[in-house]
Write a protein that binds this ligand. Structure first.
Ligand SMILES: Nc1nc2c(c(=O)[nH]1)N[C@H]1C(S)=C(S)[C@@H](COP(=O)(O)O)O[C@H]1N2
Ligand SMILES: [Mo]
Length: 207
């Protein structure tokens, strides 16, 4: 994998970890996938590494108008959804809940499931040739690259398939919109060290 260009210029991840960097014991950590599924699953880190792996350079965008293209590695959300079995993904939502900390609680964000599958959303465990650093979401983070960063939960613990589309508490406090689709406008591209214009809503693929 390549390294992220100009990574030293990226805004600090600690500022974007409202629930606080969790303490993770990887031997006991599990990703629970539950709710409106045929079979609930509890995947270990090793289970996730044993699934088909995908490596992709994709651009993440923060609602505060900066963006960075990075080489990510993980598994397709679609593969995990297939394992649990979801009847009508296009009519349902994916609620992500973080591990969180005793002091600051958890961070939650809900996204449309069918849309996330259409966008080839990833469950990411590595970036820049190594596991996600703690402040960047170790052990796992979900990413739908058509949505702003606040919709993509770091330090993931639970994926709940639900029919309820609601704002998480931190999102609500910050005044973020429920939808979170990246808007067409000008962003500071940290990796390119210049402004770039997103011409249409959703994932920025051409920059
Ligand atoms: N658990 C959790 N995940 C989170 C956040 C958060 O506060 N808590 N912030 C989001 C926001 S607003 C952004 S921009 C990205 C930042 O990711 P980075 O640490 O790779 O920069 O994480 C997202 N995921
Ligand atoms: Mo963000």
């Amino acid at each position: 994998m390549e390294q992220t260009a100009n990574f030293d210029k990226k805004p600090t991840s600690l500022r974007y970890y409202q629930d606080g960097v969790p303490c993770v014991d990887l031997a006991h950590w599990r990703l629970s996938i539950n709710g409106l599924v045929r079979n609930e699953l509890h995947l270990s880190y090793e289970d996730i590494l044993a699934l088909p792996q995908t490596e992709e350079s994709r651009r993440m965008v923060c609602v505060c108008n900066w963006s960075i293209r990075r080489p990510w590695k993980g598994v397709l959300l679609a593969d995990v959804i297939r394992l649990v079995g979801v009847e009508q993904p296009e009519a349902l939502y994916l609620r992500q809940i973080s591990i969180g900390t005793p002091e600051k609680g958890v961070y939650e964000a809900t996204i449309p499931l069918g849309q996330a599958l259409d966008h080839s959303a990833l469950l990411i465990h590595s970036v820049d040739n190594g596991p996600l650093p703690p402040e960047q979401g170790f052990p796992l983070r979900l990413f739908d690259f058509a949505l702003y960063g606040y919709k993509n939960v770091k330090g993931l613990q639970t994926l709940e398939i639900t029919d309820r589309y609601e704002l998480g508490e931190w999102e609500e406090r910050a005044g973020y919109s429920l939808d979170g689709t990246i808007r067409p406008k000008k962003y500071w591209m940290v990796d390119l060290a210049k402004f770039g214009v997103a011409r249409r809503p959703g994932e920025i693929k051409d920059l």
